[in-house]
Structure formats: structure tokens, C-alpha cells
Ligand binder design. Sequence first.
Ligand code: F0G
Length: 481
Amino acid sequence: MSIRLSDGTEIPIEMHKIRIVQKTRLAPVRERLRAMEEAGYNTFLLRSRSIFLDMLTDSGTNAMSDNQLAAMMQSDDAYAGSESFYRLEAAVKEIFGYEYVLPCHQGRAAEHLLAKTFVKPGDIVPMNYHFTTTKAHFDMAGGKVLELYTPEALKAESACPFKGNMDLGRLKAAIDKAGPKSVSFVRMEATTNLIGGQPFSLQNLRDVKALIEPLGIFLVVDGSLISENAYFIRQREAGYEKTSIRDIVREIMSIADLCYLSARKSASVRGGMIATNRKDLHEAIRPWLPLYEGFYTYGGMSSKEIEAMAVGIREMTEVEVAGASADAIKYFVGLLLEKGVPVVTPAGGLACHVDAMRFIPHVPQSEYPAGALAAAMFIVSGIRGMERGSVSMDRDKDGNDVPSDMELLRLAVPRRVYTMSHFQYAADRLKWLYEHRELIGGLAFYEEPPVLRFFGGKMNAKGNWGLPLAEAFEKHFGPDC
Ligand code: F0G
């Protein structure tokens, strides 16, 4: 939630008390440089002990509530017929209005099951934007992912409230060209992760559905960040200012035919699921669940996490919970705008996204500006962010690099984990880095996995630019900072 102070400024305010904490440590700059070098300039390969603030992701790292932890204590570990599953099923019915639930170990497992069941070689899968694991699974099944966003979506600086909307003209043209039978389904991601956590509007979702339903094509919502998307609809879509998050989530689900999600995000646990009211879709997927994930009533999840998920999907519809991270991000983005640091606007869900193309325009895309910026940020702050640019794109069939639409350093804001002083520190170090941006150079791979290379790939800093950057930082702040 945000609150207005007497002088008119708005600050994010915590609607919770912090009762358990975990220590963190700010390693000195030389140690951070060494850690970055050992990690091959890939923030995924850092060890937690070197990290001060972990803004890699909100996935599985949101703070859980007392009620979630309490629920874990009553879990039922039965291999089959676990009561924990039935409590999850009841929560999904209450919040989503869906009858059928298939738990799975996380979001990409759901994507695997959808790809296995519905994506046939030669199919197209239209979506508002891809996510890394989504695209990898659908590609591997022989499908072609089509990203049918509107022209606003890729403008880093924008005032458009719904940059996650689908372009209906492009959708119609794509379906006309391929023929409805070659469309696996249409996928709408609730806040487009890779291009700034931008929401879709309910009107757009309704329009997509109206277009595809008569053609016999079903609509899938990736609901990993469903409560954040609902929160933005409440803030930005005319007519929804007074609607509860619960009612907005329910309305999204009543339009979609099926929702899958990573429960590691909005639901604040570690797990995933596929839910629907369509018996035919459910029955098509269900046989594969015990083969790839686990029995129908646990699907690879721990029963403790299933219990916490049932609580989490109810709690995520409380406005204070749905908006906790979104309002902190808005504040964080506001600090950076004040300091002139180029960021994606409007502020979205999940993270503050720094625009590496404008931050270090002297680093060409072939040298991975977003990856370089993520590494530089860690060296000067101990803050771990994530590259969301060309490193996150795998090579094409001929081995060529595929330049990403945007080059972003994602600084994730896990829910209820960090406070205003952390954002002030992060914004200050980013400003310092921006003022010294000429010290940042490019990266080149020396180890590169064939798929999802961003997870495990290792890179060199071209010309060894990490050292002069650390030296300049040390000169300004001293060796212990
Ligand atoms: N869909 C979306 C929109 C996601 O953001 C993610 C994961 C997935 C699917 C896959 O889910 O990780 O549980 O298998 N996003 C994480 C992130 C990894 O850091 O943004 P998963």
C-alpha cells in the first residue's frame, strides 16, 4: 500500500510487522569483484554468501505469512488422497471459480504438460509476450511462439497503462494465416515478465476471448503474477477502482478457459498448478501428471507447500498483499526517475527494470549490455539483479545470436522482503554507476549451454573492465563499502 505524508509525498507503507529476519552481509567491493569473476559474469552463478540484497527474482523468495507457516504444520503427506490437496482444491474453487486442479512442481512443469498435450509440430502459439521457459517448452514440442504485443509494449518509456495487451489485429491476421486448427491456444501472461512486468486489461482479455472463442480456440492465462495484474486493473482500468482484487481475479478466470501458474510468485510458495472448468482440457492433461510430476493429489509438490499455497492464493487477493510489491516498485522506479537513471515506465509488477540500451549505449547488443549492467551493479552494490536481454535468448537453429527486443537489468522486489532504505541504497548505487557508465564494457561467452543459456553460461568482461570499475568505486567510497 502507499500512504500520503502531510507534505504530499507518497511512500510505500508495510501493512505487516516483521517478526522473523535473516541476516545479510555487505561484502567489500574487492570481494564482490572476485565473486563476479568466479561466477563468469553471470549473476545466477553467484553464491548467496556474496550477496547483500538478492533482487534476482521474486520466485520462491517472497516473505510468507504467519498463516501460511501455520498451515504447513497440518499437512497430510499421504501419497494419494492427501487432505492438503483437497484444501488447495477448495481454495482454487473459492478464488478462481475453477473445479479442476492439477498441482505440479512449478510453473515450467505446467508449461511442459501444456506443450505435451496441446502443442503439435507446426502449430502456432500466439501470446502477448513469451517467457523463457514457456518458449523453450513450446519450441521443443515443435510449436512456433508468436508475440502479438501492441506497439507500446517495447517502448521503454511510456505512459500506456496496459503494455501487456494483445494486438487484436495482429492476432486475427496470425490466425487467418495459420488457420484456427493450427493454433494450440492463445496465451496471455499476467504482467509480461520479460518486458517490464506490464499488465493486460480486462477489456483486452475479453476482446481476445471474443475473437477466438467462435473459432474453437481456447484461452490460457499464465497467472504467475495474477494478483499484481489484478491490482493494476484496479488502479488503471476505468470502472474497476472500487472492485476488489478477489472479484477482478474471479473475472479474469471467468474469461479464461484455463489458468496455469508458478505458485512461486503471487501465491508466495514453491509450486505450481493448472486449473480449469473445462473437463475436456483437464482430462486431456491429467493422464500425464503422474508420469512427469507425481500422483494427482501432489504433482511433485511437498504437501507443506500445498497447504501454504491454499492460504497464499486466498491472501494474494487482499489488496495490501496484491499491492505490496507493486507499490514498492513504484517508489523504487520514482527514485530512479528523479536521479535521471533510465528505467521502464510505467512501473510494473515483479521488478524495477533498468533500460540497459539507454544506460550504456556504447555497449552493442552483441556484447550483452543487460548482462554487463547486471554484473556491474553487483560489483558496485552487492545487489544481485537478473539479465533480461539477449543472454536470455537462446541461439537460432544456425547458431546465430538472437537479439532481444529489450535489454533490461531486472531488479526484482520480492514481496515484503526489502524496505525503503534498501531501495534508497539501490537507487544511489545505480546513480553512481550511471555517472561512471563509461567504465562498463561488454561481455563474451566462454561457456554456453545449448538451451536456456542464461542459467549456466559463463562470460568474460571484454578488456577486463571489472577491475577499473571496482577501483573507481573504491576510490570514491573506500575499500570496505
Ligand atoms: N511464467 C511466468 C510468467 C514466469 O515468470 C515464470 C517464472 C514461469 C512461468 C516459470 O515458472 O519458475 O515456477 O518454473 N519466472 C521466474 C522469474 C523464474 O524469475 O521471473 P517456474
